[in-house]
Design a protein around this ligand. Structure first.
Ligand SMILES: Nc1ncnc2c1ncn2[C@@H]1O[C@H](COP(=O)(O)OP(=O)(O)OP(=O)(O)O)[C@@H](O)[C@H]1O
Ligand SMILES: CC(C)(CO)[C@@H](O)C(=O)NCCC(=O)O
Ligand SMILES: [Mn+2]
Length: 868
């Protein structure tokens, strides 16, 4: 367990309590190198050596030269003759907006060191050196510009050198000037502005059909992005789980300047069945003329304070305040948009711009909803997906469209919206580069992140410029419907529209991680849900408060971890602002980033730290704790070895739970220890587990005095052990990079560990000073370390490293340890093999909620696998 002062409020609320390892005694002065110190620093693999499948273009290695320090273990290699065959940019140049999708390579490819290679070999991952990754790892970014400001867009492309593969590309760094760069582009502007692109950037636009692209983009999103589509009714947003096998046919309605209506029957199989010229351009154009608004957002914002009954002729206006219920029309239903203005003796200037904007918005949204419904009816389609930037994530617009579809179809057809609404065409164009192999991408290869850094100006700069001006976005109002074909006016008055910067937070950067896999031992990947508790608003409020309260402490640690410099302090402030803004955004709309559980929230915090370049906020704390724990390890091992097998197993499990206050049989405990003991000691005497995967948690006592001794016991019984640790730092969790060093230190005191670590390739040379009597011991089963693919205190088994997936193939025992991995997530997850979940509940609320128990209660949950 982490020392008290380093507790995390969520994973260690009660860190101040008297939780101490029974056998640990007082931690003495650290001696020896310390595990953390031995951690191999992650070095960058050369970008040019990223994995590719055989079908991809081969690298041109001629003239390759090492770039940077020759002493570095994995220096970057320049390939001056490599033409930049990886296309990084695609455009959709529409009548109103230009959409860009661009790709950047992952910066943080950890090195393939000796340890990793040996583990991979052992796990059978290096067969013939053939790579099976379908795509390059990297990120997809989404940016938009007004078409009227095309030159801003050109500047952006040129400043980031996107047309030449990005500032990190070989061609850019070598200064080579490829003479014929081709960029995929769709939308009318691909034709209209082709010459300008040639002139200004020297690139040729390769035109892709707009409808092809819209369909390809929509299919990709619906296939590959979890929580892409949602319904929006009466102010409620609900994500829909799309069944891959039951996606087609559907109606795609792209509401851009104009509206295209497409019946989609499959990949590349579609027909544009209709369209309407009354679309987003109509709303913005008419609105601008009538209200003198300077921007689309301003116009939309006005609508939120509008009352359309001053402009629209309602059924009640015609029927003397009565409903026309015989045909299902309420008095508040719009009978005629703008109809009231004919009878008044008024000028345009006599009407409130707010009311005009709302009348327009309702007229156009309702009309689009109705035409869409009619086309769905025409082809017997039940699902209508709406895209295009007219939607703009605006609650009232979506509700109006949904209402129309629902009302006219009598609930038969459903309107759904897409989080990447406006980027369908650009994504489709991006995917038309054949060499990307994006078609092969699966959901588990994509991780969506929500960086605060706008692509153009970094948030750092913004924060410096604006300080605290950046405020949390404000809710947009929910409309009230009468249920009879009409609406009352929107209730939210005085609210402002979410700023464009924060609205952009709806769409994250898509990280493509081709090495991620679904964990093969999940019993039912389709049914798997990592989060144990569904966060409702109350739950959100609680965790937000906890996270906010803890923020300043975290910032202090983070700043200290970077030497406490002025720059670190500045970044610390920026991080605090950014993370608070995320919290505020989610508080206002919990579903803003897709379905978001506690695991996502905790990961967001880690990602946010990384975004502001805090590589490892807990680095020195972790080192200190490792050293202190390693110092007392020999005593613990001696004590354990003096016990009989049964007592030892109990002591080991108690040790993992680190609870000298641990009280078996206490009311709230989940206590399957006896079942586990039976399996370990009685059931299959002489038939030990073949391979155990131990998912470790914290640095220090937790791993050194808890999990490593447990691993040792398994090894002693002849079970191969794979320690599974985080790929990236999160809180004080031990990482896969740090573990070999820690194990090597521990092995100095123990022959079992040493032999196993050698067999597993964790240590390579026999250590100096080992006892002679160990030399003749038989060769051991291996002890290995693999990374889990995460940088979070929790784990989502739908997306784990390929290393872990490979290690799981022969595993017949899983041990999940700690609150993040076995409580907040995975408490209810079922696996194909035997699983032991160990955690102390260090959060009062959680203890009450999950077990009707108390803080410091422990769970020891043993679940026999389905296969055994
Ligand atoms: N910041 C903005 N500036 C201008 N229009 C915006 C903005 N945000 C949303 N919109 C709305 O989105 C519409 C443009 O949507 P979109 O980018 O999908 O279409 P487009 O590709 O430009 O048009 P088309 O496909 O018809 O050529 C605008 O007409 C307007 O209604
Ligand atoms: C012309 C396009 C396809 C350009 O994106 C679009 O604006 C549109 O679908 N307009 C509607 C044209 C119509 O079908 O009436
Ligand atoms: Mn368009």
């Amino acid at each position: 367990m982490a020392a008290n002062n380093n507790s995390d409020p969520i994973l260690d609320e009660g860190g101040g309590g008297g939780v101490k390892h029974e056998a640990a005694g007082e931690a003495g002065e650290g001696k020896g190198g310390g595990g953390g110190a031995a951690a191999a620093a992650a070095t960058q693999a050369p970008a040019a050596m990223l994995p590719r499948s055989g079908s991809r273009p081969q690298l041109d290695l001629s003239g390759a030269a090492i770039h940077g320090n020759l002493e570095d273990r994995n220096p970057t290699i320049l390939l001056p003759n490599q033409s930049d065959d990886i296309s990084h940019l695609a455009l959709d140049i529409g009548g109103s907006l230009i959409k860009l999708v661009y790709f950047s390579r992952h910066a943080e490819h950890s090195s393939e060191d000796k340890r990793k290679l040996s583990t991979k070999r052992r796990l059978g991952m290096l067969n013939g050196g053939r790579r099976s990754y379908p795509v390059l790892g990297g990120r997809l970014h989404f940016v938009k510009f007004e078409t009227g400001k095309l030159s801003e867009c050109l500047d952006f492309i040129s400043s980031k050198q996107l047309h030449r593969g990005g500032v990190d590309s070989p061609s850019w760094r070598s200064g080579a000037q490829p003479d014929n760069i081709v960029i995929k582009a769709t939308g009318g502007g691909a034709f209209k502005y082709a010459d300008l692109f040639k002139e200004r950037l020297g690139v040729s636009l390769e035109k892709e059909d707009e409808m092809d692209c819209l369909v390809a983009g929509a299919n990709f999103l619906l296939k590959s992005i979890r929580h892409e589509a949602f319904t929006h009714m009466d102010g409620q947003k609900e994500y829909v789980q799309i069944d891959q096998n039951d996606l087609f046919p559907f109606l795609l309605v792209n509401v851009g300047s104009g509206v295209s209506i497409i019946k989609v029957d499959g990949h590349g199989k579609f027909q544009r069945v209709s369209g309407t010229n009354v679309g987003g351009g109509t709303y913005w154009g008419l609105g601008r003329l009538m209200t003198k608004c300077k921007s689309f957002d301003e116009l939309l914002e006005l609508s939120q304070r509008g009352d359309n009954s001053t402009i629209d002729m309602l059924v009640g206006d015609i029927y003397g305040g009565l409903d026309y219920s015989k045909i299902g029309l309420s008095a508040s239903t719009i009978a005629s948009s703008f109809g009231k203005t004919i009878s008044d003796d008024k000028e345009l200037s006599d009407y409130r711009p707010e009311d005009i904007s709302l009348s327009l918005l309702r007229m156009i949204s309702y009309n689009i909803g109705q035409i869409s419904y009619l086309n769905a009816l025409r082809y017997g389609l039940k699902r209508i997906f709406f895209g295009g930037f007219f939607i703009r994530g605006h609650a009232y617009t979506m509700d109006t469209i949904s209402f129309a579809v629902n009302f006219w179809s009598k609930g038969e057809a459903k309107a759904m919206f897409l989080r990447h609404e406006g980027f369908l065409g650009a994504l489709g164009a991006f995917m038309s580069y054949e060499k990307h192999g994006l078609d092969d991408l699966r959901i588990h290869h994509l991780v969506e992140r929500f960086p605060m850094g706008a692509p153009y100006i970094s948030w750092m700069e913004k924060f410096v410029q604006k300080g605290t001006q950046i405020t949390a976005p404000v809710p947009v109002g929910f409309p009230v419907t009468t249920g009879m074909g009409g609406f009352e006016r929107p209730t939210a008055k005085g609210d402002i529209l979410r700023s464009d910067a924060s609205a952009a937070l709806n769409v994250g950067v898509l990280h493509l991680v081709p090495t991620l896999d679904v964990f093969p031992l999940l019993e039912d990947p389709k049914m798997y849900e990592p989060n144990t508790i569904d966060l409702d608003l109350n739950e959100y409020k609680y965790w937000f408060k906890v996270l906010s309260d803890h923020l300043s402490d975290l910032v202090d640690k983070a700043v200290a971890s970077e030497g406490g410099t002025d720059d670190a302090k500045r970044r610390g402030d920026a991080f605090a602002h950014a993370f608070s803004a995320h919290l505020a955004r989610l508080m206002e709309e919990p579903a803003a980033y897709g379905k978001f559980g506690l695991a996502n929230l905790l990961e967001l915090r880690e990602e946010c730290l990384r975004e502001f370049q805090f590589v490892d906020a807990y680095v020195s704390i972790k080192q200190r704790e490792n050293e202190a724990s390693l110092a007392v390890l020999p005593d613990l091992l001696m004590e354990l070895d003096s016990m009989n097998e049964e007592a030892r197993l109990l002591a080991l499990i108690e040790g993992v739970l680190a609870a000298n206050i641990f009280d078996w049989g206490s009311r709230a405990c989940i206590d399957d220890f006896d079942m586990f003991k039976k399996r370990m000691l009685a059931d299959k005497k002489g038939q030990p587990y073949k391979r155990a995967l131990l998912f470790v948690d914290n640095s220090g006592a937790d791993v050194v005095l808890g999990m490593i001794p447990l691993a040792r016991e398994l090894l002693r019984n002849g079970t191969e052990v794979v320690l599974v640790a985080n790929s990236l730092p999160a809180l004080n969790d031990v990482t896969a990079n740090e573990l070999p060093g820690i194990v090597a230190e521990a092995a100095k005191h123990c022959g079992i560990l040493r032999k196993a670590a050698e067999a597993g390739g964790l240590i390579f040379d026999a250590m100096a000073g080992i006892q002679d009597d160990l030399k003749d011991e038989p060769v051991s089963v291996p002890l290995m370390v693999v990374e889990n693919g995460c940088g979070s205190p929790c784990i989502d088994f739908r997306q784990v490293s390929s290393e872990l997936a490979a290690a799981a193939k022969d595993a017949d025992l899983l041990i999940l340890e700690g609150m993040g991995r076995s409580l907040h997530t995975n408490l209810n997850a079922r696996f194909k093999c035997d699983t032991l979940k160990l955690a102390m509940v260090k959060n009062q609320r959680l203890a009450e909620k999950l077990f009707n128990g108390n803080i410091y209660d422990c769970i020891c949950k043993f679940e026999p696998g389905v296969a055994t």
